[in-house]
Design a protein around this ligand. Structure first.
Ligand code: ZN
Length: 130
């Protein structure tokens, strides 16, 4: 079992309704030649948490940090819903307990890649409410 030390938060970079679907994002990633969707969890606009890649497997979501992290993606580019943030909070609380991860080890994607705006929502604001 790999050691998970951090959680990295993303967005899908699309507000198109048909893209609010883990199967669409999975297809994008399979088309890149990956073996599965790069994220471990995907949260649709109605707040449903969908399972992506197994947390037992390395993800493919943040260069240089896939080995020891879990990747969570919220569907959206600029429009996110309160349902998503509620589900994200609950998921974070569960994962922090399960893997013994502190709040200080929850990061926005652009913490590691300054060229990206991902995840386009305020991660610190979410962490403060945990
Ligand atoms: Zn990202």
């Amino acid at each position: 079992m790999r050691k998970i030390n951090k959680i990295i938060l993303h967005c899908s970079d699309s507000d198109i309704a048909e893209h609010d679907d883990i199967q669409v994002v999975r297809r994008w990633h399979l088309e890149r030649g990956w073996k599965d969707i790069g994220y471990h969890y995907f949260i649709t606009k109605n707040g449903r948490v969908r399972w992506g890649r197994s947390p037992a497997m390395y993800g493919a979501h943040c260069a240089g940090h896939n080995r020891d992290s879990i990747g969570i993606c919220l569907s959206g580019r600029h429009k996110f819903t309160p349902y998503q943030f509620n589900s994200l909070r609950n998921l974070l609380i569960r994962l922090m307990k399960e893997y013994d991860i502190p709040k200080s080890a929850i990061y926005p994607h652009n913490h590691f890649n300054k060229n990206k705006s991902c995840p386009n929502y305020n991660v610190q604001e979410i962490i403060h409410t945990l």
